[in-house]
Design a protein around this ligand. Structure first.
Ligand code: IVH
Length: 665
């Protein structure tokens, strides 16, 4: 076999193994063998760049090049569906149909997936384009991101698919992935997603496709829009698409009449709680493509399909009390303790109340009977209080004024929804959570240390802040419970290794309120060492990309606390990095102070090379166009939305040639 044949063979095998693993859930080879074959393929592809294939299985890992989404027009408009909430409304739907076509109608019922809709185009069996719904007429081209979703075939199976066609579906985040993702976001001081739908659409729009690949999105397909339908019925189309390798689970059902539709609905109203993915209703579609064409569309939606939305399940229960949790940054979250009640397949004992405004809005009183609901959100919420059952003497729930852990007075700043305990230095849960954050994977990633060990060290008074970690010795740790020489040494060498971690991650590790890892990176791109950051004033801070009032104020407040300054000095003495490594020597200052957006594709150098040139010549790369943008370095195929925005804000476009002249090349 030549290397070219080998590449083709490996691609074919890997497409097939991928389909069997992700779509059929029937792995054909072990994970290890799969990884080895993928590695072989990637190595061969690197050797043969002339055999590049945008749909190779190796492309599923995504790339870390920042992309801009081009706005493209949908070939067929992406319409929405009318909603119904009752059997009567579904009967109305059928009556409207019967007025147009006077005959019996059969339907296909499907689950209404609760994610982000997507339109995929295949040319000669290869995925060529993936576009979001957008406004229904134009959407974002998110092909690079979509290629990382393992259940979407990059190449189709069989040979009876149309030469060119579109297929629509929903990009989803399974509950298990959603929970893990939010867990990590909370650990990293990032706002958790409110529900799997937001998480899916947020992930789909990420600029770095290699990060999308890590989000483990899924995709379920449900419709082929076409003037030349592959078959004469929707059900047959789904079955055909399944043979081409699309992920079309068996939940759909052909119903011969509207009563069978009702049965399907009542079945899934219960069974939905056992699904691994979020759904928010049922979609009912006329099965015959001929009848679909006769029925046609209104300006907003097809007359041949409708959705039935499930009522959010709710249950009544009694409020036992309200607990207050103290977060790492001192934020206080009230949590309702409830008498256990069965709701949508689980027993609910607690509900988040988020902040004092929510308690006030609910007008929550002691021992109230409340309704809890699980909407798109995983954490149940209290929707309403049953005031009829309230005892006359019941007192309103008063938000606490002092920290439940250390007793300090709570503060609520203007514009903040949360109350905070300001005793950052001595409040035990804040201290422990700060240390846990400091050692966490995305922060200093200190090997051998975890929540339990931190607790142990804290209980034994060996550490009471992050800088104390650097005083620890093997002999201090060795005698502790469940420890020994080996684990103690492991911890010490992990702590030692943290001294090589870059300044942006050290800055993130400090746990300054509102400074997550993206913000920390942005700060370090503009202010490369901590001494300058300590003295930076409000104006200087808000000039930084993505830093607004709230973050700037929080940074200033952090450095005003003497104990925080002491910590920084001790960490510095311990040897941690407090400045970014020197960048490449500046070549010129031709672009001094210029904020430049790159868009389109270029001939002479790659985008990354142009980005480096901008920096070398004193300019700054910014990702989105604003009135502060100096100019746009515009290559070929610059997206129409970018053009419009540039025109609207009067930002100049500079061609590749003009730019090269500017920097003296
Ligand atoms: S069919 C022309 N089928 O619901 C008909 N849509 O409100 C096209 N959706 O934008 C839609 N599951 O994102 C269809 N089984 C399903 C669906 C489904 C979820 C979403 C889709 C669409 C929205 C309509």
């Amino acid at each position: 076999m030549t290397e070219e044949e080998k590449i083709i063979d490996l691609r074919k095998k890997l497409h097939d193994y991928n389909y069997k693993y992700y779509v059929l859930s029937e792995p054909a080879v072990s994970d290890y063998d799969f990884d080895m074959l993928l590695k072989q393929l990637s190595e061969l592809e690197q050797k043969h760049p002339e055999l590049y294939d945008p749909n190779s299985p190796s492309q599923r890992v995504g790339s870390d090049i920042n992309q801009e989404f081009e706005q493209v027009e949908h070939r067929y408009q992406m319409l929405s569906l009318g909603n119904t909430y009752s059997q009567e409304e579904l009967l109305d739907f059928e009556n409207r149909i019967k007025k147009i076509i006077d005959q019996d109608v059969s339907y296909v019922c499907e689950l209404k997936y609760d994610g982000s809709s997507i339109s995929l185009t295949y040319n000669n069996g290869k995925l060529t384009r993936a576009v979001t719904r957008g406004d229904g007429t134009m959407g974002d081209d998110v092909t690079a991101n979509v290629k990382t979703i393992k259940t979407i075939p990059l190449e189709l199976q069989g040979d009876d698919y149309p030469a060119e066609f579109e297929i629509r579906g929903e990009i989803l985040m399974p509950f298990s992935v959603f929970e893990q993702l939010n867990q990590k976001r909370i650990e990293n001081d990032e706002t958790p997603f409110a529900n799997p739908r937001n998480a899916a659409s947020g992930s789909l729009k990420m600029q770095n496709s290699s990060l999308v690949a890590k989000r483990n999105l899924d995709c379920y397909l449900y419709y082929i829009p076409s003037e030349n339908s592959p078959s004469d019925s929707h059900e047959k189309n789904l079955a055909l698409a399944k043979t081409w390798g699309f992920n079309i689970p068996n939940h759909y059902k052909k119903c011969e009449n509207i009563n069978e539709v009702f049965d399907y609905i009542s079945y899934w109203d219960k069974a939905k709680n056992d699904l691994p993915i979020p759904i928010d209703g049922i979609v009912v579609k006329v099965d015959s493509i001929d009848l679909q064409n006769q029925l046609g569309y209104t300006s907003k939606s097809p007359r041949w399909a409708i959705s039935y939305k499930f009522k959010a399940e709710s249950a009544e229960t009694k409020l036992i009390g309200v607990d207050y949790q103290v977060g790492r940054t001192g934020s206080i979250t009230p949590v309702a303790n409830l008498e256990p009640v069965q709701l949508a397949g689980t027993i609910v004992k607690r509900a988040s109340l988020h902040n004092s405004d929510i308690i006030e809005k609910l007008d929550l009183h002691e021992n109230d009977y409340v309704y809890v609901e699980k909407g798109g959100e995983i954490i149940p919420k209290i929707t309403v209080v049953n005031k009829e059952k309230r005892a006359d003497e019941a007192k309103p729930i008063q938000f606490i004024s002092n920290c439940p852990e250390c007793g300090s007075e709570l503060v609520r700043s203007e514009g903040e929804a949360n109350h905070y305990c300001m005793n950052q230095v001595n409040c035990p849960p804040q201290i422990k959570a700060k240390i846990e954050h400091f050692i966490s994977r995305k922060a200093l990633n200190i090997d051998g240390l975890g929540g339990e060990t931190i607790d142990l060290l804290f209980q034994n008074k060996l550490i009471s802040n992050i800088a104390d970690l650097y005083k620890l010795r093997v002999d201090d740790i060795k005698p502790l419970d469940r420890m020994g020489e080996k684990s103690a040494k492991n911890i010490i060498s992990g702590i030692e290794a943290s001294k090589n971690i870059s300044y942006d991650r050290v800055l993130f590790s400090l746990g300054i309120r509102h400074v997550g890892n993206t913000v920390a990176k942005k700060i370090c791109e503009s202010i490369a060492n901590i001494d300058e950051l300590i003295v930076a004033d409000f104006e200087k801070l808000i000039e930084i990309d993505e830093i607004g009032d709230k973050i700037a104020k929080s940074i200033i407040a952090y450095f005003l606390v003497p104990e925080n300054m002491q910590l920084i000095n001790r960490l510095r003495e311990a040897g941690l990095q407090f400045q970014m490594e020197e960048k490449a020597e500046a070549v010129s200052d031709f672009l001094n102070g210029k904020k430049i957006v790159i868009s389109g594709s270029f001939e002479k150098y790659s985008r990354d090379e142009y980005k480096a040139k901008i920096e070398e010549n004193g300019g700054k790369n910014v990702s989105s166009i604003s009135k502060n943008t100096s100019f746009i370095l515009a290559g070929d195929k610059i997206g129409p939305s970018k053009m419009q925005k540039a025109e609207k804000l009067g930002v100049e476009l500079v061609s590749e040639q003009e730019f090269l002249k500017m920097i003296g090349e």
